[in-house]
Design a protein around this ligand. Sequence first.
Ligand SMILES: [Zn+2]
Length: 446
Amino acid sequence: MSIDRESCIRHLQGMVRFPTVSSPDPDAMNFEPFHALHQYLEQSYPLVHKTMTREIIGYAGLLYHWKGTGRSKQLPLLLMAHQDVVPEGDHTLWKYPPFSGEVAEGKLWGRGTTDSKNNIMAHMEALEDLIASGFCPDYDLYLAYGYNEEIMGGKGPAAKLIADTLQQRGVRLGCVIDECGGCGSGASQKIDGDICEIIVAEKGYADYLLSYTHKGGHSSVPPKEGAFYQMAKAITAIEEHQMPYRITDAVKAKLETLAPHRKDALGKLLCDVSGNWPQLLEEFENNPALAAMFHTTTAITMAQGSAQANILPEKVTVTINTRPLEGDSLEDIRQHFLSLVPEGVEVTLVKGNEATPVSPTDSWGYRLLQSISEEMYPGIIATPGYLLGGTDSRYYCNICENIYRFGSFYHNSDYGPAHSANECMPVDQITSGPLFFQKFLTRYGG
Ligand SMILES: [Zn+2]
């Protein structure tokens, strides 16, 4: 078992050069770079492509399968990532062109180097080398790469298509590993030392539309109470009556595990979340990032009235973006809004998905993620994590109970952040992901 650093660099550079940008407008999606990426993977990882079957799902989804010997008792393992990237933005903000894959200053630069072509590279490098050395899994292995994670699936989430395909075939998975979380310096979370965060659940996502209809007419003769007056009452009530704060097991476990290692004053409070609940409620006022972990957030983000300044609106609408916490269903949230808005204001769910179930921390997959992390980074603090955003892995809930969001690369402040200009990966960490997966793949069978 070995990982060749030059090969990791060369292949991630190659992948970054395909501008696989996803767009919410299906007509604006260009699938050429995706198909070129598929060919590139085939050429770069010949043993993977000789050994595993590969199917194209939807427009450009990739599903690989390796039928194992069946000797293991473990249900199949699925490793996932997404091929698409967010737009590169203003080129002048980049030190090196966003799709060049330049290596400079000890880093590999470009869109997708951390989110999440690096994960595709990690899976493929690990497997190519394992196959060369004669490895054959005693369990079934799948790799799944969607093409529209960054646009929340657009009009047809590729990850859902892949998960549905597996479900129709009667496949049940023993473990799914997706992006986010992982091992790295705890500094960004104000923790002394390294932490290993295995994310066990994620919040949901839902947009609601409030609408109110009125007579309209000429703005020179406005009514006593116009349409926006009613809508203002509605949004004021919603802002003033947030969804209640609650303690969930997953969030409590994460915060209490890390609290003793925190360098700031919050550490003392978070050591006992239930015991210090009144003080924490006060803290939430000034700490939205902490508050978001304890309730369904509601953000009023868009408003619309008439088409022109001198027309009274016949209809006004307001959009509310929510991030449901485990335990609040999308219908619960709609009912909450309905109970607050004045008569005549309608509340409809535009689109959304429920918060995911919480994956267990005593499963085989979780224990393996933790033990390999502790072996690779002695002294690391392992904790279950909770994600405020979302990943493609949520679509696998029907066929897997053990879904973990765990980026395999060691993370520190040398990275250029995902979604921003100058996204980059430090070259001295580039083998950490493939090495992690080699250990995981060879041990998963038990
Ligand atoms: Zn991503």
